[in-house]
Design a protein around this ligand. Structure first.
Ligand SMILES: Nc1ncnc2c1ncn2[C@@H]1O[C@H](COP(=O)(O)OP(=O)(O)OP(=O)(O)O)[C@@H](O)[C@H]1O
Ligand SMILES: [Mg+2]
Length: 366
């Protein structure tokens, strides 16, 4: 009979592969604690995100592998924890040392659901246990305050060294928007450099807590303003939102090329307003066409993170200031958004691992 000790337990866990990261848990240094008696084995696994889409599978694979090796034990306990990884070397400046990953949500075309997707992904990741911030980078038409149900002015944080604004909080996320600082009915005239300057201040002059993910809801388009923004923001990567229709796809291609030009990785494409299921008949209608997002992801070789149907609850929750994943967690659209958020978190982890390996290779080569 095989002896239970730290080495033999680790040997058994070398058979468990994280399918996203494509390596075994031991090489990935995910095994944190091992304790055992002759009757019981307890292992702590540390994932790279609390929103890991394969959490249950990895846990079950650990249990199976340990039972296989040690059939005589009475109990196997796997504690699943997480610590979000980062690629700070890839982030362009050190203004944000306590923010691990920054994600732009963009599209070429307006009105495709960037703000809706940004708010709901932020809330979804927070529901999974991540520390999440959201910056409304659409200073021309800030819609985040309405969608997240926040209207008050941010408080000021002051200590001997700094004076900063404190982000507002709702649904477990920290939020900053120009909409908190200006009156709704007074239009603001920003020129390009002023716009990106203002957004940069949302990073440098705001007292952000430690964050796993900071999401930027970008303004629509691929013009000078957007280009200046994506060049000047310290972005880990971007997510592109599209609808399935051709006019949207044409603009999305421009957005993809814009990010590629400034070397910002694309974490994936989300197709919004994909189809409509009639609530009375259950019949599906492809209002804006079908499959455009997936086709695009193949063409540009970027991951497809998932699609969100059109649903009145999505729109109404946004208008009401209570995101659909919070208000109606049980409906299909919310489940899809949760799944998309987990897929995004996985892509970020994959990117961080790949860039870590790439950095090691660069160091070894030089
Ligand atoms: N899946 C959906 N089902 C129903 N309504 C939706 C869905 N996604 C977005 N909407 C609605 O469509 C409208 C536009 O969405 P949103 O404001 O999120 O788009 P946007 O891309 O941020 O727009 P803009 O380019 O103006 O910033 C909103 O009224 C929103 O509630
Ligand atoms: Mg918007």
């Amino acid at each position: 009979m095989k002896e239970i000790n730290r080495e033999s337990v680790l040997d058994a866990l070398k058979n468990v592969i994280d399918p996203d990261l494509n390596k075994d848990l031991v090489s990935l240094q995910m095994i944190k604690d091992i304790s055992h008696t002759n009757e019981e084995i307890t292992v702590t696994v540390e994932l790279t995100t609390p929103a890991c889409p394969l959490k249950d599978k990895i846990k079950q694979d650990c249990i199976n592998s340990l039972w296989n090796e040690f059939p005589m034990v009475k109990e196997i306990k796997i504690n699943m924890t997480s610590r979000v990884t980062s690629n700070n070397i890839g982030i362009k400046n050190s203004l944000i040392p306590n923010i691990k990953n920054t994600i732009a949500v963009a599209s070429g075309k307006g009105g495709v659901g960037k703000s809706t997707v940004s708010v709901n992904i932020a809330v979804a990741l927070a529901k999974e246990g991540a520390k999440v911030g959201l910056i409304d980078a659409d200073i021309y038409g800030p819609s985040i305050p309405t969608m997240i149900g926040l209207i008050e002015k941010p408080k000021i944080f002051q200590d001997i060294e700094t004076t900063k604004m404190v982000p507002l909080e709702n649904f477990g996320i920290s939020v900053m928007s120009i909409g908190f600082l200006i009156n709704e009915d007074s239009p603001v005239i920003w020129r390009g450099p002023m716009a990106s300057g203002a957004i940069k201040q949302f990073i440098s002059d705001v007292h952000w807590k430690e964050l796993d993910y900071l999401i930027f809801d970008l303004p629509p388009g691929t013009g000078d303003i957007q280009l200046t923004l994506v060049q000047s923001l310290p972005l880990s990567g971007a997510v592109i939102v599209t609808t399935p229709q051709n006019v949207s796809i044409v603009d999305v291609k421009k957005a993809l090329k814009m990010f590629q030009r400034v070397n910002v990785p694309i974490f994936g494409i989300i197709e919004n307003m994909s189809y409509f299921i009639a609530p009375d008949t259950g019949k599906r209608y492809d209002i804006f066409g079908n499959g455009g997002g997936e086709k695009l992801s193949k063409e540009f070789k970027v991951p497809f993170l998932g699609s969100i149907p059109i649903n009145q609850n999505v729109r109404e929750s946004g208008d009401k200031g209570s995101p659909v994943v919070f208000e109606f967690p049980e409906i299909e659209e919310s489940k899809k958004i949760m799944e998309i958020s987990r897929n995004l978190a996985a892509q970020i982890s994959i990117n961080n691992l790949l860039s870590k390996t790439a950095n090691v290779e660069i160091i070894l080569e030089s």
